[in-house]
Ligand binder design. Structure first.
Ligand code: HSE
Length: 307
């Protein structure tokens, strides 16, 4: 096999209480990528459709991730990358991560799968660092492993795969403004009061327990973030209105997706998730801000081979 076409899905990082550690994978939105083996060594990027991004592999997240896996594989050939981008950069649903993870997944397939998912995560993190300024895996892990994941530690890298309750659906509203991850990170405090830390790690623990026991009520009560959200929500117009209307419409919980501006909600069942989509629509339709809404099952497979 010399060519592979894959679907690299969008992901939601943080999941309210789990800043930089929790994430889950979406199903209905993502990028298509075609990776071809080339005779010449190294990585080329021949085409990016959808958004204007650098074709120079050393300046592109997919290129840097590709170079990282290539270095480890030590092969005498190279790869060309084509990306049909549907996830807008700076959207908060893992645009750069989808490009980086998709590249290493596809190259690994073309090489005959010499690397495991944890090793692929480490290669993709090199690419992600180009976009956000530092290495983190909370979008990459759910893309590569599927479902919900928890990054227990970066050094040494340890990823935990969490269960995905079948009835859990995500609703995403993406107000079409750009929030740079580096800027959203710069807003955060360097230290936090112990009391806030206690509440936050209690919520992470109870959310993980809720996922294991399919306790939707506990999941709902755990989707709280008193550390990051209060600082970042100012970057997202109408965040408070959208959150409160979505909760009134039956969402289990609502928060900022990654570093924003997208907002995610989790609901029990597709019907509720669609009601939440209507609530988001009702908030943004009366504003001057363009927006996109997605309703998605939690994608337990992650990146998929199309052909
Ligand atoms: N955990 C990261 C953040 C995800 O919130 O800054 C953004 O890519």
């Amino acid at each position: 096999m010399d060519t592979i076409k894959i679907f690299s899905p969008a992901t939601v990082a943080n999941v309210s209480c789990g800043f930089d550690v929790l994430g889950f994978c979406l199903d209905s939105v993502g990028d298509d990528m075609i990776i071809r083996k080339t005779k010449s060594k190294g990585i080329t990027i021949s085409k990016i459709e959808g958004y204007k991004l650098p074709l120079n592999p050393e300046k592109n997240v997919a290129g840097v991730a590709g170079l990282a896996i290539l270095k480890a594989a030590q092969v005498t050939f190279g790869f060309d990358i084509e990306i049909c981008k549907r996830i807008k950069p700076g959207s908060g649903i893992g645009s750069s991560s989808a490009s980086a993870s998709g590249t290493v997944f596809a190259i690994n397939e073309l090489l005959g799968n010499p690397f495991n998912k944890k090793q692929l995560t480490a290669f993709a993190m090199k690419g992600e660092a180009v976009a956000s300024g530092n290495e983190h895996a909370d979008n990459i892990a759910p893309g590569l492993f599927g479902g919900f994941t928890l990054v227990k530690s970066l050094n040494p890298l340890e990823i935990l795969e969490l269960p995905t309750p079948k009835e859990l659906y995500a609703t995403i509203v993406h107000p079409q403004i750009e929030v740079k991850t580096s800027e959203a990170r710069a807003l955060l405090p360097k230290t936090i009061p112990l009391k806030k830390g206690i509440a936050q790690w209690a919520n992470v623990g109870s959310l993980v327990h809720g996922l294991h026991t399919l306790d939707y009520n506990l999941i709902s009560r755990s989707l709280e973030d008193n550390i990051v959200e209060p600082h970042r929500k100012q970057l997202i117009p109408y965040f408070d209105e959208a959150k409160s209307l979505a909760i009134q419409s039956g969402a289990l919980g609502v928060g900022i997706s990654g570093s924003g501006p997208s907002i995610f909600a989790l609901s029990q069942g597709e019907i509720k998730a669609k009601q939440v989509a209507k609530a988001f629509q009702n908030v943004y339709k009366n504003t001057t801000i363009d927006f996109k809404i997605y309703v998605s099952k939690i994608n337990s497979q992650g990146i998929k081979t199309i052909s």
